[in-house]
Design a protein around this ligand. Structure first.
Ligand code: ATP
Ligand code: MG
Length: 581
């Protein structure tokens, strides 16, 4: 495991070197340490609810919690807040563990579950009842809503609020024993129905729910609410800094109330802004809907913002960690441009992805002056950013494929790639000239007849003759066929949630977010590419071998991210006469 993940600040951002505090939570922890608070301990946790797969927003929380522990020599637990058996599943627990590990973090065996604490939470509830701070309420959910009041009006006391301790104790024990119907009674805290903070208006601590729990089975028919379990679980684990997202700011007085009334270890809750990204949604409920309604092919669909989705798409864990460091930690909600995430991915892959040639939309080129049996092994550089990556051989022969886009029968002004009578350089190889365009009866181009100039081999003494463009290619006889999947944003709109009243957020789905190209031609070097392996297809982008569908007999690549799109920039700037490659 890389223990330098967050403390290594030398990698391309403006934060000062050394382990200097870089955001307000670092500052708080660092000050606490200076004052020897918690006896100099730093203990954080990442507390997912196992009701869905983790997404890129969770990565921010993971990097923050594990990163603080690493930076300050502390510990970070992985704790599943599994208080809602009707929505939770083992599948989610397993995926979450896999994702945290993949991101590069290690909980060192401290894998905990709120459900491990059910007995203690029950005892805490009994303590509150005994202290006259909790009562059994017989109001239905509907009635409770009516009593709750609004932001501007105080709530009303439940008629059951003044039950005495003995009666409450007896009823709570009978709730646990399964004597009452689901939803017929609750245990509520006795705080203040007139509090301006609605969370303090006698919140529910326990509900009756006959649901099989993924860990405790049918042992319990009452379950603590998330609010009653979360803070106490942190307390039980000796967490020093309970870091959570801003929506829990209003819950903090309630969590403090529980800890104070129960007189137990009091972690310090600190809230930070959750990550939002353009062109996607980061709500587990919505992601679940995309999966269930089959708008995507599962939680690990490469278009999903889930960690399993972006992993399958080819995003490296290092790039995600860099991104999380780059976006920082703030107190105010904002939305990050997805281009910034893609930038982190490109930056990472640029350094380490081997370059190869692949033709996605092939058009055949026959070199008329090339002997039928000529096969020349040309030397190609694996990664210009990394000399240690070495070179490889690329076969060259009479029949090649080039990209349809790299040929125009009638080239517009500024188009310097191949066209009739014009020359272009083949990467690592020779200059070729188009002599004839062969078409089928419908007029579609089937083949280009070209000649090559044997004097112009790349790297040779006579190679100095200049042409304006270099294109990629593969030898037809040596190429492997591959399926390539091109992905675009999942939503057309920057903010998919920004829909008029009555319009479904799904209406913003980009129906062209997946394009499958089944007959791409890739150089033979890729025949042995392993699942998950990443490459730069020269001039096209970064691609990775699909870990699910690819096999030696059928190669499948996912486009991870395009290269920077210079054409779009040129077009945007209205300067179409510039080089077109
Ligand atoms: P939901 O989508 O149902 O609201 P959640 O995203 O809060 O759920 P949890 O499993 O409760 O899911 O999240 C685990 C931890 O990750 C929490 O501490 C939560 O605050 C944090 N987290 C969740 N989403 C984000 C986000 N977008 N940015 C940063 N942290 C997040
Ligand atoms: Mg949550």
């Amino acid at each position: 495991m890389d223990t330098k993940v967050l403390s290594d600040r030398s990698s391309g951002n403006s934060a000062p070197p050394e382990a200097a505090p870089s955001h307000f939570i670092c500052n708080i922890v660092s000050d606490d340490l200076k004052q020897n608070k918690n006896n100099g301990r730093v203990h954080t946790r990442f507390p997912p609810e196992p009701n869905g797969y983790l997404h890129i927003g969770h990565a921010k929380s993971i990097c923050l919690n594990f990163g603080l522990a690493q930076e300050f020599g502390g510990k970070c637990n992985l704790r599943f807040d599994d208080t809602n058996p009707s929505k939770e599943e083992v599948e989610y627990v397993e995926s979450i563990k896999q994702d945290v590990r993949w991101l590069g973090f290690d909980w060192e065996g401290r894998e905990f579950y709120a459900s491990d604490y059910f007995e203690r939470l029950y005892d805490f509830a009994v303590d509150l009842i005994k202290a006259g701070k909790a009562f059994i309420c017989d109001l239905t959910a509907e009635q409770m809503r009516e009593h709750r009041g609004t932001l501007t009006e105080p709530g009303k006391n439940s008629p059951y609020r003044e039950r005495n301790v003995e009666e409450n104790m007896e009823l709570f024990a009978r709730m646990r024993a399964g004597e009452f119907l689901d939803g017929s009674r609750t245990l509520r805290a006795k705080i203040d129905m007139a509090s301006p903070n609605i969370n303090m208006r006698d919140p529910v601590l326990y509900r009756i729910l006959r649901a099989t729990h993924h860990r405790t089975g049918d042992k319990w028919c009452i379950y603590p609410t998330y609010d009653f379990a979360h803070g106490q679980s942190d307390s039980i684990e000796g967490i020093t800094h309970s870091i959570c997202t801003l929506e829990f700011e209003d819950h903090r007085p309630l969590y403090d109330w529980f800890l104070d009334e129960l007189k137990i270890h009091h972690p310090q809750q600190i809230e930070f802004a959750r990550l939002n990204l353009t062109y996607t949604v980061l709500s587990k409920r919505k992601l679940l809907q995309l999966v269930r309604d089959k708008h995507v092919n599962g939680w690990d669909d490469p278009r999903m913002p889930t960690l399993s989705g972006i992993r399958r798409r080819g995003y490296p864990a290092e790039a995600i960690r860099n991104f999380c460091e780059r976006i920082g930690v703030a107190k105010r909600n904002s939305t990050v441009d997805i281009a910034m995430l893609e930038h982190s991915v490109r930056e990472d892959l640029n350094k380490r992805a081997p370059r190869v040639m692949a033709v996605l939309r092939p058009i055949k080129v026959v070199l008329e002056n090339c002997p039928d049996d000529k096969v020349e092994e040309l030397e190609a550089v694996n990664n210009p950013e990394d000399p240690a990556a070495g070179t490889r051989k690329v076969p060259f022969s009479k029949t090649l494929y080039i990209e349809q886009d790299d040929f125009r029968e009638e080239p517009p002004k500024g188009f310097f790639r191949l066209s009739p009578g014009k020359e272009v350089r083949l990467r690592y190889a020779y200059i070729i000239k188009c002599t004839e365009v062969v078409k089928d009866p419908s007029g579609a181009i089937t083949e280009l007849r070209c000649t090559y100039d044997p004097e112009t081999k790349s790297g040779s003494a006579q190679a100095s003759r200049k042409v304006k463009a270099t294109i990629h290619w593969v030898s037809a006889t040596h190429a492997r066929v591959a399926e390539v999947r091109l992905y675009e944003q999942l939503f057309n709109k920057e903010d998919p949630d920004d829909v008029p009243e009555g319009v479904n957020w799904l209406s913003g789905l980009n129906l062209n977010s997946l394009e499958v190209l089944p007959t791409c031609k890739v150089e033979p070097y890729l025949a042995n590419a392993k699942p998950g392996e990443r490459f730069q297809f020269e001039r096209l982008g970064y691609f990775c071998v699909d870990a699910v569908d690819s096999s030696p007999s059928k190669l499948v690549f996912n486009r991870t991210v395009t290269l920077r799109d210079s054409w779009a920039k040129i077009e945007k700037a209205g300067k179409k006469s510039q080089l077109l490659f």
